[in-house]
Design a protein. Sequence first.
Length: 248
Amino acid sequence: IDSKNLIVSLNGGLGDHLEAISELIPLSKYLDCRLEVDLNDKYKSILVSTINCNKNINISKKEGLNYSLIRHWMKINTMNIPFKNWIEREKINTQKEASLLFCWQAYGDNNKFSCHSRSINFTKVLYFYKKLLNKNKKYKILDITNWRYWEEKVLKKMGIELYDPAKGELSNLSHIIQQNTIATVDTALAHHCASLGQHAILLLPLFHDERWFELRKKRNNYAKFLTFIDQSSFNLWEDELNELLKML
């Protein structure tokens, strides 16, 4: 803490940044100080407009205390600061047709095995889409997965719309997901929805990050806005996809 400012350096991926801010804003209010965050250079351009829309946080021009150290300090001091949604919502007219948004692949730096175990392959997704459209041909489906070129061609032929979230700022994706029912295996999108106060369904792998045990506690926004489907067998998703189909 520098004077009346809590200056924190964030690390990890985009989801880690969103998760951290969900806890740091309530912490700064508890400590009665102003929150400033030092962002990973990779995510500054993505997050700047979203952060600037929130009056409780500023982007810092200098390095701060590592967020991991703050989490450790809170734990040893048994500080149960809840995670809260913080991204400003827009006023959007609800669409009449059923609009669904899916993300079927997990993304991460330098951990291909983890990404593979947290992702659902194209064959299973294609079968799921066919069952879903047989259930209701009027579904409007948006897929934001990073598919290969030939896979994209197959989906487009089925009438499924594709969108690359990496091409714009986070605020662009915020606008889109507020208009849809969300189902995802990508936890970054789940962090985004929880931070926005947007209901979503998250398919969690059998061996998921231990942080989800904490995030799912009732006091946190994750429990309020996310519905969880837990994988029962490693690398098998058939039962979970059938459960998702019933929920939709």
